[in-house]
Design a protein around this ligand. Structure first.
Ligand code: CP
Ligand code: NVA
Length: 306
């Protein structure tokens, strides 16, 4: 396994399945009060340059449950917020900590942090990727459907961090994926090319279309995310217009398989990307998905830091 988890591409199929298996085991052990102090005496720094509920709390609690110690580091309080270069921050923090989880804007910043640190760096969301979330999504899909191979995933909405990590994550584990994204909010060419390459080598279907009805047809899993991600708040009005036909609602869901599940990484904006009705109908799965962040991230921490 690589030193870091910066993007989905850092993990092979076997490594993803190993993380999911360990996530399942840690979930079982937690529910049966079996302690698992795999990271006794280890410390994880958690740098946040954007807001968070799930990522912050699940990493913090997860580290505690593994017998380690988490430190919440807001970029407002760190010297990074006053211009100290990430390269210097990395070299200093490497001498105190055993690992760093970072949520920030630029993927390059996370890559620089990893390059200058000799401890594992975990991407807790950038503008480009959200690998921890996609691993929790894969864990949830496997839990609900028992398999991953051959399933069809449909993603409806913005070509954002979730869309990009889902393309790589779903195809790598052997699922087909169709995305409905408006042209002006497309994923980058890098992810289109990479997706095509993985699909071709593994005989899978990877499609990006404009029409949500086409993407969702016969899907086993339907996924959406907010129309204006963190950092895009100023574009909210124009995005509301552009994404109008991209809502996951009961009418769209009639085209998916009867037993299709719905995932949403949360936070959700009801009546925008998803209706209240569909969110509540699938709330058991969606909140299980949120819970699985805890279990799958503990597995990531163990594999990278033990
Ligand atoms: N899904 C997710 O990453 O949630 P937070 O922004 O609350 O961490
Ligand atoms: N795409 C969203 C995900 C939030 C967890 C964002 O980047 O804000």
């Amino acid at each position: 396994m690589n030193k870091d988890l910066l993007k989905m591409e850092d993990l092979s199929k076997d490594e993803i399945l190993d993380i999911l298996n360990l996530g399942d085991q840690l979930k079982y052990e937690l529910k049966h009060n079996i302690t698992h102090h795999h990271l006794k005496g280890k410390t994880l720094g958690m740098i946040f340059e954007k807001s968070s509920t799930r990522t912050r709390v699940s990493f913090e609690v997860g580290m505690y449950q593994l017998g380690g110690y988490p430190l919440f580091l807001s970029s407002n309080d760190l010297q990074i917020g006053r211009g100290e270069p990430i390269q210097d921050t990395a070299r200093v923090l490497s001498r105190y900590l055993n690992g760093i989880m970072i949520r920030t804007f630029s993927q390059n910043e996370v890559a620089s942090l990893a390059e200058c640190s000799n401890i594992p760096i975990i991407n807790g969301l950038t503008d480009d990727e959200h690998p921890c979330q996609v691993l929790a999504d894969l864990m949830t899909i496997r839990e609900k459907k028992n398999i991953l191979d051959g399933l069809k995933v449909a993603y409806i909405g913005d070509g954002n961090n979730m869309a990009q990590s889902l393309i790589i994550g779903c195809l790598t584990v052997g699922m087909n994926i169709s995305l409905a994204i408006p042209d002006d909010y497309m994923v980058t060419d890098y992810y289109i090319n990479k997706g095509n390459e993985i699909a071709k080598n593994n005989d899978l279907t990877f499609k990006i279309v404009n029409n949500p009805r086409e993407a969702v047809l016969d899907a086993d899993v339907v996924i959406t995310d907010v129309w204006a991600s963190m950092g895009k708040e100023k574009e909210v009005n124009e995005r509301m217009m552009a994404f109008k036909g991209y809502q996951v609602n009961s009418e769209l869901m009639t085209l998916a398989k009867n037993d299709a599940i719905v995932l949403h990484c949360l936070p959700a904006h009801r009546e925008e990307e998803i209706t209240e009705e569909i969110l509540e109908k699938h709330s058991d799965t969606i909140f299980e998905e949120a819970e699985n962040r805890l279990h799958v991230q503990k597995a990531i921490l163990v594999r990278l830091m033990k």
